[in-house]
Design a binder for this molecule. Structure first.
Ligand SMILES: [Zn+2]
Ligand SMILES: [Zn+2]
Ligand SMILES: [Zn+2]
Length: 539
């Protein structure tokens, strides 16, 4: 049904998706069943709630759980009424957590934010002492940080990838990324910003736009949901989303709201519906495997988004129709968009555009499920991000690169030496996958992604010899990582273990992929992800 027109005529209208799914009246009814039943007060600023959140934060602080305390102070900021003293108190308490975490710059910024928000003068000496402490500690202490920059100059046309790569056609006609020079192990060769991120819940944990955590987040002045980091505070799309809440079930609410955000992001590039219509039609009908020539233009990014692969086999079932209908209604309620899409023809197009976005997000979003376990909230999936270029990496159970999430960026690091001209291969799954035998891997790939893997590890008979494998298992780096000495704290162990993984892969990366390499790559990814999402600070 997607992109189907009423007749074969080229200027014919798209079919009415809603009429084909029971009609608007029955969809309206289905939406009412989804509707938010939370009381208005939950969404309104409320000093009592703000105070309670700060108290809860203080409780965590006294237990030495700095990250948990920060999340609660953030929630306290979200609920604080405008110009209430709860704002300055939350910033001040948060600055104490940053100091404990050795995040000195963040500590200093929070102290200033507290002062700007009229921190009570009788408490000021305490804050001044903290500032002095912070400046003193800063001089003697350099905290370790994960290197998230590319280790090469950026590519001229694709600044998100290193200048030692190129996008080209693969033997099967699809696109792939190739090395144009020999590349060593442990190089960061790609750092792409997600096309879009979305935070499902736990609103005090991250910037709503870029997912940064443990930075100086500031609340939206109007709602109790959105916090911004300093780089995102002027985000032009949030005013349209602010205060919209569509469903009491946060999973469905997230599906709806991320769809709204992606549509806003797309529509924002165009001044008229017709211009967008032409653009979208050309993007979708054009060659999906065309070699892109540039990515500097924001419209190009949107084109790449529209060309992402989708799974349209299931058509539009009732649940999908309800979500698309809800988003359609929400978007048309926005004055600017309502006036862009006035005619029936344009509105029919909008239905299909939303449906296309729905399918794209379903298939191309990575969902983060990690969260600090908190007493007062559910532990559930909480954010999603959409990448544009992941489709260029081919799957292999013998990957030569690894993907790590760093806030709204995803970073690609080499895990085996790559020869000039070689294709970059990434494994869809890592954890418990790369060290698993062929039958298990193939079963996972088929069940999860309907992939029948024909990578060199799955079809070739050439394997690592038992002598090579024995040499690996006796290597001191291997033993250090595998026989983790639990008397060493995990946050101290990790940085050394990461270096050892790297040096191990440098030594043995040329050997055909086998269980031992899989074990090390699994650990490498786990620790890199842990460091980049600050999870090590939770202990
Ligand atoms: Zn941000
Ligand atoms: Zn807001
Ligand atoms: Zn395979």
């Amino acid at each position: 049904m997607l992109w189907k027109k009423e007749t074969k005529n080229y200027d014919s209208m798209y079919v009415d998706i809603f009429a084909l799914n029971g009609g608007e009246a029955s969809l309206e009814k289905a939406i009412r069943n989804l509707q938010c039943h939370e009381k208005e007060s939950v969404l309104a600023k409320n000093d009592t709630q703000s105070f309670q959140k700060r108290q809860a934060g203080n409780e965590y602080f006294s237990q030495g759980k700095w990250v948990h305390a920060i999340t609660l102070y953030n929630e306290s900021l979200l609920f604080a009424e405008n110009s209430s003293k709860n704002i300055s108190l939350a910033y001040a308490n948060r600055s104490a957590c940053f100091l404990k975490l050795k995040k000195y710059n963040e500590c200093l910024v929070d102290i200033e934010l507290a002062k700007e928000a009229r921190y009570p003068s009788e408490l000021m000496p305490k804050l001044d002492r903290r500032k002095e402490d912070c400046l003193k500690q800063m001089k003697n202490d350099v905290p370790s940080k994960l290197e998230t920059k590319m280790t090469f100059e950026p590519h001229k046309h694709f600044p998100w990838m290193a200048n030692v790569l190129k996008i080209d056609r693969d033997a099967d006609g699809g696109l792939a990324i190739f090395a144009t020079e020999d590349i060593d192990v442990g190089e960061n060769i790609m750092a792409e910003k997600s096309f879009m991120c979305f935070l499902y819940r736990h609103y005090g944990s991250k910037c709503n736009i870029c997912l940064k955590s443990l930075v100086n987040l500031m609340p939206c002045e109007k709602c109790t949901i959105v916090m911004f980091c300093s780089e995102c505070k002027d985000n032009p799309l949030h005013p349209y989303e602010c205060g919209l809440k569509s469903c009491i079930r946060s999973q469905t609410n997230g599906q709806i709201m991320r769809l709204v955000r992606s549509c806003l992001l797309g529509i924002d590039h165009f001044s008229s519906a017709d211009e967008l219509m032409n653009f979208a039609e050309q993007s979708i009908k054009g060659d999906l495997h065309e070699i892109p020539t540039t990515s500097l233009d924001a419209k190009w990014k949107y084109e790449a988004f529209l060309k992402l692969p989708i799974d349209n086999n299931n058509g539009v079932n009732d649940d999908v129709a309800v979500i698309v209908f809800k988003v359609y209604k929400m978007l048309l309620n926005i004055t600017k968009i309502g006036s862009m899409f006035q005619s029936v023809k344009r509105r029919r197009f909008l239905m299909h555009l939303i449906l296309q976005h729905y399918h794209i997000l379903e298939l191309n979003s990575a969902i983060g499920t990690y969260l600090p376990k908190m007493d007062h909230t559910e532990n559930n999936c909480y954010c999603t991000q959409t990448e544009l270029y992941s489709q260029y990496f081919r799957h292999s159970c013998a990957p030569n690169v690894l993907k790590v999430y760093v806030h709204d960026m995803f970073m690609i690091t080499t895990i085996r030496p790559i020869k000039k001209g070689a294709k970059l291969l990434k494994s869809i799954y890592i954890e418990d996958f790369l060290s698993a035998p062929k039958a298990t891997r193939q079963k996972n790939l088929w069940q999860g992604r309907k992939i029948f893997c024909t990578c060199e590890r799955c079809i070739s008979n050439k394997m690592a010899t038992s002598a090579q494998r024995r040499r690996m298992t006796l290597d001191p780096d291997y033993l250090y990582i595998v026989d983790y000495d639990e008397s060493i704290r995990i946050d101290k162990f990790m940085p050394t273990a990461i270096d050892k993984c790297k040096s191990f892969l440098q030594k043995y990366g040329e050997i055909r992929f086998c269980k031992e390499l899989g074990v090390i790559v699994e650990v490498y990814q786990l620790f890199m992800n842990t460091l980049s999402t600050n999870q090590h600070l939770l202990h």
